[in-house]
Design a protein around this ligand. Structure first.
Ligand code: PEP
Ligand code: MN
Length: 284
């Protein structure tokens, strides 16, 4: 079956996005939402300083994994549940909601204390046991596209969540594996245009895993907005050189500031203001 046969998809004439509220932020509304932060939570100072830097330059939500699925089992696997107290402290200090990856249904309960958006990573897009459990939750789920997943497979994974009763689903294009090696993956912006047109899910773009190349972040942030994405998921580290995972693709605070400065005129032209950090939202 093609997903486009399902009643859950909309025809291209009726493509109104149904926004999802997460951590006090509306994703998929008029405002463009940036979720930024480190690949992995490493320490309280690292997370807090990164969170402050990204909020200063327009991020609305913080990202940072406690459990990392790494291709090489010898690589840093994340702080695990030990990171929960760090995440709680930084969330309280900054007011930023947290988007963090969940890799195991057994972590739903402990992570529910601190996570505003459960991120399903590319490697778990086909983990139907995990999707079924998350479908029983009320918390929003950011569903990344699998490394080699067809659009239909991605949307059927979303259907697993939806059929369990959780319709707070945000799609995230993070690049697919192709023959190209200059970039880590090939960021498929045509898929973004397609799912925006044919489904009602909010859609984010992750240029960090999508390209793996810091100098390509600013142009692809601009392109993501222009193609109709509702926001970005982007890796920023206060000191990329010392990052314990994905440091080679992380933007520094200055790099992030530059990417956001280049994005603003595009958002202005599109009539989509940047959602911004909680302090901005309160003053509106
Ligand atoms: C991540 O966001 O850090 C991550 C591991 O992404 P992906 O699942 O897209 O590889
Ligand atoms: Mn990463």
């Amino acid at each position: 079956m093609s997903f486009t046969d399902s009643a859950a998809t909309r025809g291209s004439d009726d493509n109104r996005t149904e926004p999802v509220e997460a951590g006090g932020v509306l994703i998929g509304g008029r405002e463009f939402v940036v979720i930024a932060g480190p690949c992995a939570i490493e320490s309280e100072a690292q997370l807090l300083n990164t969170a402050r830097a990204v909020a200063d330059h327009g991020a609305s939500l913080l990202r940072g994994g406690l459990f990392k699925l790494r291709t090489d089992p010898r690589s840093f696997q994340g702080l695990g549940l030990v990171g929960i107290d760090i995440a709680k402290a930084v969330r309280a200090a900054t007011g930023l909601g947290l988007c963090a990856e969940i890799t195991d249904p057994r972590h739903i309960e402990p992570l529910s204390d601190v996570v505003d958006i459960f991120q399903v990573g590319a490697r778990n897009m086909h983990n139907y046991a995990l999707l079924k459990e998350l479908g029983q939750q009320s918390r929003p789920v950011l569903l990344k596209r699998g490394l080699s997943a067809l659009i239909d497979e991605w949307l059927l994974a979303a259907e697993y969540l939806k059929s369990g009763g959780n319709s707070r689903i945000i799609l995230c294009e993070r690049g697919i594996r192709t023959f190209e090696r200059r970039t880590r993956n090939t960021l498929d912006l045509s898929a973004v245009a397609y799912v925006k047109r044919h489904t009602s899910f909010p859609v984010l773009v992750d240029p960090s895993h999508g390209t793996g190349v810091p100098e390509l972040m600013a142009p692809l942030c601009r392109a993501a907005a222009a193609v109709g994405a509702d926001g970005l998921l982007i890796e920023v580290h206060i000191d990329p050189e010392t990052a314990r995972s994905d440091g080679e693709q992380a933007l520094s605070a200055a790099g992030f500031a530059q990417a956001m400065a280049e994005l603003r005129p595009i958002l202005f032209a599109l009539g989509r203001p940047l959602s911004g950090p909680p302090a901005n939202r309160r003053s509106r």
